[in-house]
Design a protein around this ligand. Structure first.
Ligand code: HEC
Length: 222
């Protein structure tokens, strides 16, 4: 039996010595049993590629790409201290007050100029990002309701009509409850544009014939 242990020890040492110890340097190429992790068809940064006319493997960003982190626009609390944009805190967070943790005061009013273009931008972004759940008119009857997402509220509820602009903005940035965040998909300007469009939907949902300008009433059956 003693010989058996001695031979076993010898064999173990021999196998380890042949296989090489971890961290040991060698000039020989490694033996790869499954090479597909090492040898991947991929481009490294700044590689060239014959696939594209300009022969660059790095492709420029698609126009309109929303940067995930942009020093001017970033509002994520875990990336930016709450007071990083103190001077335009309302613009980037929708919040006012001193920003002490645990207290959230939302402001009212729009910190950017509302133009016709901005409203069109808001409409477009709303229809891309929000209408699937909140519905194109904001009644909460988007397509996802048919698939069981029944918690989506209507923007025409009194509570949401009375909600401040800053709070709507903040819900867009961070999400709320079962709603996810859209801050990473919309720039600061687009978030305010969507907020303005939500306000327009609310106005439209509670308008009377008198709210329609005289010139446009014709043909509306009013
Ligand atoms: C995937 C579905 C979905 C999408 C897309 C979505 N929402 Fe929501 N939203 C919800 C749900 C569900 C709630 C209710 C959340 C809760 O109370 O738990 C909600 C709530 C809200 C509220 C009210 C928050 C409150 O305090 O009651 C606002 C305002 C809002 N959404 C705005 C938006 C805007 C603007 C967009 C587009 C940028 C958007 N939502 C996109 C599902 C969605």
């Amino acid at each position: 039996m003693r010989y058996f242990y001695a031979i076993l020890l010898f064999l173990v040492v021999a196998v380890l010595a042949i296989a090489g110890f971890r961290g040991q340097l060698s000039k020989k190429p490694p033996v790869l049993l499954f090479g597909d992790m090492h040898e991947q068809p991929k481009f490294r940064a700044q590689d060239s590629s014959s696939l594209f006319p300009d022969r660059r493997a790095d492709r420029p960003a698609v126009p309109g790409t929303v940067p995930f982190v942009n020093a001017k626009q970033e509002t994520y609390p875990f990336l930016a201290p709450r007071d990083r944009f103190r001077e335009d805190r309302y613009l980037t967070t929708g919040e006012i007050g001193d920003g002490s943790v645990g207290e959230t005061d939302f402001g009212a009013g729009f910190p950017i100029r509302i133009t016709h273009e901005l409203m069109l931008q808001g409409e477009r972004r709303y229809e891309i990002h929000c209408a699937v759940c909140h519905g194109r008119t904001g009644n909460g009857e988007g397509i996802t309701r048919q698939y069981g997402m029944i918690a989506t509220p209507s923007f025409h509820d009194t509570r949401l009509r009375e909600m401040s602009d800053g709070e709507i903005y903040s819900v867009i940035v961070h999400g709320r409850g079962t709603m996810g965040e859209y801050g990473s998909k919309l720039t600061v300007e687009e978030r305010w544009a969507v907020t303005a469009y939500v306000r327009a939907l609310q106005l439209a949902g509670h308008a009377s014939p008198e709210d329609v300008p005289e010139a446009l009433r014709e043909g509306m059956g009013l």
